[in-house]
Write a new protein. Structure first.
Length: 154
């Protein structure tokens, strides 16, 4: 494969990965924010149900509502711990930054013209790209492994 084809492949692959991780980052960010807002609402509701001064006939209703909201909160916290959207949001954000740096490195190499760029330079950038993707895959597996090990101990 010649330099031009390697360059075209590398540019396309970096751009695809940037778009991929930007989409994943956006999705994880939205889910992490939604979960935090719901947690806050449920926490507030539980405190309000327990703290409101109501007549004695409505006390059991308020206690039941507090029990429902606090149980739902515990369930959501468990799901959040397992899915870990915030952690992946941070990881994917770092990936986008690293991929943009790779793209900048490639652009910088090309300022001298393609004829002055060695295939080794292109191979090094490709290796960096593969290393980033592999590290992210390993991170994903490790997070899932840690979560399943934690839940299987209970």
């Amino acid at each position: 494969m010649g330099k031009e084809q390697k360059l075209e492949l590398l540019n396309r692959r970096i751009e695809e990965e940037i778009n991929n991780f930007q989409g994943k980052r956006r999705e994880c960010k939205i889910k992490a924010i939604i979960i935090k807002v719901v947690e806050g609402i449920l926490s507030l509701a539980t405190m309000l149900f327990l703290g409101l001064k109501v007549d004695s006939a409505n006390i059991p209703l308020m206690q039941n509502l507090a029990l429902i909201s606090s149980s739902t909160l515990v369930f959501i916290l468990t799901i959040e711990t397992f899915l870990n959207y915030k952690s992946f949001w941070i990881r994917y954000t770092a990936n986008v930054i690293s991929l943009k740096q790779l793209k900048d490195s490639l652009s910088f190499l090309l300022t001298e013209g393609i004829e002055n760029v060695s295939e080794k330079d292109l191979d090094n950038i490709f290796d960096d790209l593969e290393e980033l993707i592999n590290a992210t895959n390993e991170y994903w597996v490790q997070i899932r492994k840690d979560k399943s090990a934690t839940s299987s101990k209970k």
